[in-house]
Design a protein around this ligand. Structure first.
Ligand SMILES: [Zn+2]
Length: 404
């Protein structure tokens, strides 16, 4: 049986392997033994403390009621439709002002608190101190900054006032699938100095996170609970991870990874699915830019999930902010529920790796991820008050995969 994902796989895999972050080896290519032949390290054994009581979720203050819903006024710039940042300010009762004329514009609320910041020619904006990637760079034109209309619809608006999109947002999650990246013969990123394999760290964090989430009333399913892959070859292995979420009708899929880059690079980043017609963060082109994947059905909830995970990771780890990014990662293309992939720290950086080597820091990561899921859940519960709280558990009945 030919599944639709098979048609997309070559281009998706190309994007996956080109994108930054930890990467499994390409299928069919053996890794150079001279580089990777190291003394096998013992798996990091989880020492999981008792589950913490449910955290009190404190969301940023809600914005005042927006202007009545109306189409965004777009201006044709750079062969695309762009929206004036001043119109965003007007729509959400914020006050726009230049920090640096022609370069940086900020939007403040009625109390004078700066909520958003945009910089000319930047590929991101700042919301309440957290960096969120844009599909297109911001443009300075005449006396204002402009951002692409798709970015307004897919990122800015659902984060600023998710209530405008309540009908398109799911209820808070009950059943969560956690994916510990890599496993078995695929170690993921390796830090040979610290003798750490990514596959062991992801499993350890996921086991800790499972315990925390179950203590808060969520139901949790793992894609793997030991040092194994889901399939021998890389592509089926990756395919089967989000299929666990689809098969069990999960409400949320979260894949946990640790990053790889030149040794000086540090920080935390979170990926959610790239919207249709947008380029993924950090890529010059994307052969699948015009494709709509199943993961795009959840674009609005995806950005809310990714933002809260990134925000809580930054707060919990005090790490540098590499942003909530967009990527057509294979495990993000096909989930039929909101999904995110976190690269919580750089295993390739010895300072961050030395922290990852301690159970205390791995517990902090798990706690930050649990806090992010709690924030996301609270944001959705505010849209669907009748469904607040992870108390009603959806049965995990097997169901056939629905191909688009
Ligand atoms: Zn990885």
């Amino acid at each position: 049986m030919v599944r639709i994902r098979a048609r997309y796989l070559p281009v998706v895999m190309a994007g996956l392997l080109l994108a930054g972050g930890c990467k499994a080896p390409a299928t069919g290519k053996s890794r150079p033994a001279a580089v990777h032949r190291v003394t096998p390290v013992a798996p990091v054994l989880p020492s999981v403390p008792p589950a913490a009581p449910r955290a009190v979720v404190t969301l940023p203050p809600p914005l005042p009621p927006a202007q009545a819903s109306r189409p965004w006024v777009a201006k044709r710039l750079n062969n695309g439709d762009y929206v004036d940042v001043r119109e965003i300010a007007e729509r959400y009762n914020l006050r726009a002002s230049w920090v640096t004329i022609g370069l940086v514009m900020q939007l403040a609320d009625a109390r004078g608190v700066v909520r958003l910041k945009f910089e000319s020619k930047d590929h991101a904006f700042i919301l309440d101190g957290t960096r969120v990637s844009l599909g297109e760079t911001t443009v300075f034109n005449q006396d204002s900054l402009f951002i692409s209309r798709i970015d307004v619809i897919k990122s800015v608006a659902p984060l600023l006032r998710p209530a405008e999109f309540a009908a398109q947002m799911p209820g808070p999650p009950r059943l969560i699938v956690l994916d510990a990246g890599h496993g078995g013969a695929d170690p993921g990123t390796r830090n040979l100095v610290m003798h750490l394999d990514e596959k062991n760290l992801t499993l350890d964090v996921v086991l800790r996170l499972k315990k925390l989430l179950e203590g808060r009333g969520y139901r949790v399913i793992l894609t793997r609970s030991d040092d194994s892959k889901l399939a021998a070859a890389q592509r089926p292995d990756l395919e089967q991870r989000d299929e666990v979420a689809n098969r069990t009708k999960a409400d949320l899929f979260l894949s946990v990874h640790f990053n790889s880059a030149p040794a000086t690079v540090t920080g935390t980043e979170t990926y959610v699915m790239t919207p249709q017609f947008q380029i993924s963060t950090g890529e010059a082109k994307d052969a699948t830019v015009d494709k709509a994947f199943p993961g795009n059905q959840q674009d609005l909830a995806n950005i809310v999930l990714g933002y809260h995970l990134q925000r809580c990771l930054l707060a919990g780890l005090n790490s540098s902010d590499r942003g909530c990014k967009r990527g057509r990662r294979l495990v993000l293309c096909f989930p039929e529920c909101p999904a995110a992939l976190v690269e919580a720290a750089y295993l390739s950086n010895n300072t961050e790796a030395s922290r990852l080597a301690t159970p205390e820091h791995r517990q902090r990561i798990a706690q930050a991820l649990a806090a992010g899921i709690d924030e996301y859940s609270a944001a959705l519960a505010a849209l669907h008050p009748a469904h607040a709280g992870p108390t009603e558990i959806r049965p995990a009945a097997a169901a056939p995969r629905k191909n688009p």
